[in-house]
Design a protein around this ligand. Structure first.
Ligand code: ATP
Ligand code: MG
Length: 140
């Protein structure tokens, strides 16, 4: 295993319900360190670019509307095996299928409003971190 960095987003359903601290507790309890963090309100263009891999899917338009419906918190997480570890802590995309104790099982409202995003590979993690953060903003 190696120390990795991954990009996390606490989605608008999480900021709306004021549960970002509860989610950060889950993150830190899983030995992931929050080495960068800021609160943003994504523009439509940013949401469409960030989720462009899904642009052909039927849920794309609704997803971009949801992601711009309120503030988000974007984060860089660091730790051993951080990319897969965070995906495990997040739980399945659909909270109905998420394991007990995961963020999505405990907090997600629906398959769309599922509280968190996490990068799914080393390549996407690198690209997604650069999308939101400069090197100066990341303090490991
Ligand atoms: P994320 O990329 O946000 O970490 P994920 O990797 O678990 O989530 P993806 O397949 O990449 O899931 O889907 C991206 C996001 O699009 C999901 O987190 C969810 O918000 C939304 N989404 C995915 N599938 C559906 C669907 N069938 N209906 C509505 N929204 C969906
Ligand atoms: Mg994804």
């Amino acid at each position: 295993m190696a120390t990795e960095r991954t990009l996390s987003i606490l989605k608008p359903d999480a900021t709306r319900r004021n549960i970002t601290g509860k989610i950060n507790d889950k993150i830190e309890s899983a030995s992931l360190r929050i080495i960068a963090q800021k609160r943003l309100w994504l523009t439509r263009s940013q949401a469409e670019t960030f989720y462009s891999v899904h642009s052909s899917h039927s849920f794309f338009n609704d997803l971009c509307t949801f992601m711009t419906s309120g503030p988000v918190v974007v984060q860089v997480l660091e730790g051993e095996n951080a990319i897969a570890n965070y995906r495990a802590v997040m739980g399945a995309t659909n909270p109905a299928n998420a394991n007990p104790g995961t963020i999505r099982k405990e907090f997600a409202e629906s398959i769309e409003a599922n509280s968190v995003h996490g990068s799914d590979s080393a390549e996407t993690a690198s690209n997604e971190i650069k999308f939101f953060f400069s090197d100066l903003e990341i303090v490991g």
